[in-house]
Structure formats: structure tokens, C-alpha cells
Design a binder for this molecule. Structure first.
Ligand SMILES: CC(C)(COP(=O)(O)OP(=O)(O)OC[C@H]1O[C@@H](n2cnc3c(N)ncnc32)[C@H](O)[C@@H]1OP(=O)(O)O)[C@@H](O)C(=O)NCCC(=O)NCCS
Length: 174
């Protein structure tokens, strides 16, 4: 449940600034360290991840959007979403919010902005992968019009040797 001392509904979604990329890498690290939400596992190569974010930010067919809570009295950027449109017209996304800032509408605001961005970039569809037990993420995506299109079975080998499934979700853009 959201607490009143952590406003979220008023978070501003905007493109990341180049000098925020180190912060985004650290936020990725902390979510990866939770061990259950995203593909990345710690430790990862920070400079490489920063370079990838810089590439996405600079690319004409991609961007990085941040959720900035400053306008709502919060501490600043609490998460981000990356979107990249493939040459065949599908916009792939990945997103994360810091623990403590989830469940208050910020993810939906980021996702809506990404849908609008991908539409204006000419994509015909959005696509993502999610771990099957990530109920919050799947709920967010379904509420935003994504449907399950398939599943990769025992596809991703984790560092502990486990083989995880992923769920493929897609959403057409008008
Ligand atoms: C997944 C994530 C981005 C969702 O963002 P969020 O800000 O927590 O989600 P929102 O508050 O915007 O909720 C969006 C919708 O999902 C629903 N939802 C959110 N958390 C939920 C939960 N734990 N269980 C069920 N539904 C949930 C909300 O009810 C809301 O629906 P509504 O608009 O009809 O009320 C965020 O929880 C997160 O960063 N998690 C860790 C990283 C991660 O999992 N990234 C995605 C990897 S694929």
C-alpha cells in the first residue's frame, strides 16, 4: 500500500539525462540484487550497462524514460523504462522501479509514456518478457492491454544453475 509520505501519482515521466545514467545503473543493481524481478543478476559489468543505456538514450529508434518524483515532493528519479524499436517495427521494453516506490501508479505512468513514444516512433507493436511469477508486472502489463503470446520453457540459466521460464507478452499499437 502506498504511504502518504511517498507521493507517486504526480511523478513526472521524461527522457533520462546523460548524467543520470550512473544512477540508473545503480538502480538496476539494487533491483537485480533482489533476485526475482529482472533478467540481470549481480554482480554485472556496470560500465557495459551504462554504455548500453547511453546507446539507447542516443539512438533514434530507442529511448530511456525516467520517473522523476521531484515535482510531487519525492527524492527524484525512482525508476526507468527503456524502449527500443526493431527494424521490423516491434518496440521492446524493460522497466524497473526501486523498492518502496512500487504499487502507486508510477509503473503505469512509465508504461503509458512508452506506449505513446513507441506509437509516435512508428512501431506497430510492443513486446516484452517477464518472469512467470512476477504478478505485479504481469498485472500492470495486462491492465495496459498486453496479452500473453507464449512462453519460453526452461530457457534462461541463472547463476545458481536453475533454468527459468519466461512469459512473452505483446500489445498492438493502432
Ligand atoms: C513491475 C513494476 C514496474 C510495476 O510498477 P508499479 O508502479 O508497481 O505498478 P502500478 O502501481 O503502476 O500498477 C499498475 C497496475 O498493476 C496492478 N498491480 C501493481 N502491483 C500489483 C500486485 N502486486 N499485484 C496485483 N496487481 C498489481 C495495479 O493494481 C495497477 O492496476 P490498476 O491501474 O488497474 O489499479 C514495479 O512493481 C517494479 O519495478 N517491480 C520490480 C521490477 C520489475 O518487476 N520489473 C518488470 C520486469 S518484467
Amino acid at each position: 500500500m502506498p504511504s502518504d509520505d511517498k507521493p507517486g501519482a504526480g511523478a513526472l515521466v521524461r527522457p533520462a539525462a546523460e548524467d543520470e545514467l550512473d544512477l540508473l545503473v545503480e538502480q538496476t543493481w539494487s533491483v537485480a540484487a533482489e533476485g526475482r524481478f529482472i533478467g540481470a543478476e549481480v554482480p554485472f559489468d556496470r560500465p557495459r550497462r551504462r554504455a548500453r543505456l547511453a546507446e539507447l538514450l542516443a539512438g533514434g529508434d530507442s529511448t530511456v524514460l525516467v520517473a522523476d518524483t521531484s515535482p510531487a515532493g519525492g527524492p527524484g528519479v525512482v525508476g526507468y523504462l527503456s524502449v527500443s524499436v526493431a527494424p521490423y517495427g516491434v518496440a521492446d521494453i524493460a522497466m524497473l522501479l526501486q523498492a518502496g516506490w512500487r504499487g502507486r501508479g508510477i509503473g503505469r505512468a512509465l508504461l503509458d509514456a512508452a506506449i505513446a513514444w513507441a506509437s509516435s516512433a512508428g512501431a506497430h507493436k510492443m513486446s516484452l518478457e517477464v518472469w512467470p511469477d512476477n504478478a505485479a508486472a504481469i498485472a500492470l502489463y495486462e491492465r495496459a492491454g498486453f496479452v500473453v503470446e507464449g512462453r519460453k520453457a526452461r530457457h534462461y540459466r541463472r547463476r545458481n544453475g536453475e533454468l527459468w521460464d519466461s512469459v512473452l507478452m505483446g500489445r498492438p499499437l493502432s
